[in-house]
Design a protein around this ligand. Structure first.
Ligand code: SF4
Length: 394
């Protein structure tokens, strides 16, 4: 019997029991940052302390209706019920894996589905959060890429994944949600404004109260957004490097044709980092393609001078995926080679492989239109984020 099963009880209660009726036409209070909520309540003629009370109900007490907010006046509750909504997504199916990971589907009011993954460990609980429905970036090793980009998630839709998970995995039974990784569906920096706002909500000390040291945003390397990222937030940054030559990186990550490795790394060298912080370089090991020992040597050279951690990810297969996992023993050799060069190296534990919840396996390719192969054209959408995503998705 898998030792994880006892330590990680099955999700309870059922998502159906937690389903709410989202109201698309109302003002979504979870789209607001703390100061925006105050400003909105001022427009309604309410005093400032009401903002703090509502924030507490939304993010600490996890209220699912305004009627639960019993310290608000009855007239304010009536106004909020008329004009506002607390939800734009509902929990859908959950797919528990024997290793403890649980893939959770969330259904948006327009029927779009996004996935988050709950990943319990001995000393922490991590949630992998999505930022978009699908993704425009087109990495050839990734299942989400096959959907193309359908749309950006709103601030509320990003934050609600966390709120619902906190309700679905109560602290008394599962322990505290300690870490957030924005590594689910989508390229977070392609939905820059909403993601930055969502990060402020996540780390608000009187709300979800996640430490900015425990929140990580992962990007394929949108250089134009990286130039402002370090000024707009101080959460952790992870960059998917995944190859050590421009030829291979351009083949597996079309974004490299726009911002090649040297441009990306130069940008990272200039990012403001707080003391003791490091940039995590994620590196997918594709058998025979990116896992040679020459790659390890080149990788060490590339990150020289950048406070770096290397996180190696043996490729996770998915239907139609054309790559191979590294040969037995190769991951260890790769690690050893990097450690000899004094690099801080970890290997990501594969979780949720059997339920398609592991890294690079999220999404429903059938919903999108992108055709994938080893050689792909750059995404049709403007990956700078300058083009409205709604237009791009049409
Ligand atoms: S790896 Fe990330 S950026 Fe690349 S296609 Fe998949 S979701 Fe998008």
């Amino acid at each position: 019997m898998n030792p994880h099963i006892d330590r990680y009880p099955a999700p309870d209660p059922s998502p159906e029991a937690l389903a709410v009726a989202p109201s698309p036409d109302k003002v979504q209070l979870k789209d607001f940052t703390r100061s925006e909520l105050d400003a909105y309540l001022a427009e309604l003629g309410e005093k400032k302390f009401r903002g703090e009370q509502i924030w507490n109900w939304m993010y600490v007490r996890l209220a699912s209706s305004f009627d639960e907010m019993t310290n608000l006046s009855k007239s304010l509750r009536t106004t909020l019920n008329e004009k506002c909504s607390l939800h734009r997504v509902s929990p859908g199916q959950m797919h528990p894996s024997p290793d403890g990971a649980v893939k959770c589907t969330f259904v948006c009011t327009d029927g779009a589905e996004v996935e988050s993954v709950w990943i319990p460990n001995e000393d922490r609980n991590t949630l992998c959060v999505s930022s978009q429905v699908g993704c425009a970036i087109g990495c050839t090793f990734c299942q989400t890429a096959k959907m193309g980009l359908l749309r950006n998630l709103t601030v509320g839709e990003i934050v609600e994944q966390i709120v619902h998970i906190r309700r679905m995995f109560p602290i008394e039974k599962y322990g505290r949600l300690t870490n957030i990784v924005m590594m689910g569906m989508g390229e977070p920096l392609h939905n820059y404004d909403n993601v930055i706002k969502a990060l402020h909500v996540m780390t608000s000390d009187k709300g979800l109260n996640l430490s900015n040291r425990k929140v990580t945003v992962s990007t394929s390397g949108l250089v134009n957004r990286l130039q402002t990222f370090g000024h707009d937030t101080n959460v952790n940054l992870a960059v998917s490097l995944n190859a050590t030559t421009n030829a291979v990186r351009s083949e597996i990550m079309p974004i490299n044709r726009r911002w090649p490795i040297e441009v990306l790394l130069e940008t990272l060298r200039n990012i403001p980092l707080q003391a003791r912080r490091r940039i995590t370089f994620e590196y997918v090991l594709l058998g025979g393609l990116t896992d040679t020992l020459d790659d390890a040597d080149r990788l060490a050279k590339l990150v020289r001078g950048i406070p770096a951690k290397i996180n190696l990810i043996p490729w996770n297969p998915h239907p139609g995926g054309e790559f191979q996992r590294p040969a037995p023993g190769r991951v260890g050799e790769f690690v050893e080679r990097l450690r000899k060069k004094d690099l801080n190296v970890t290997v990501r534990e594969t979780r949720g492989l059997d339920t398609m919840a592991a890294c690079g396996q999220l999404g429903k390719p059938g919903l999108g239109k992108r055709k994938m192969g080893r050689a792909v054209t750059p995404p049709a959408q403007d990956v700078t984020g300058a083009t409205p995503v709604e237009e791009a998705a049409s």
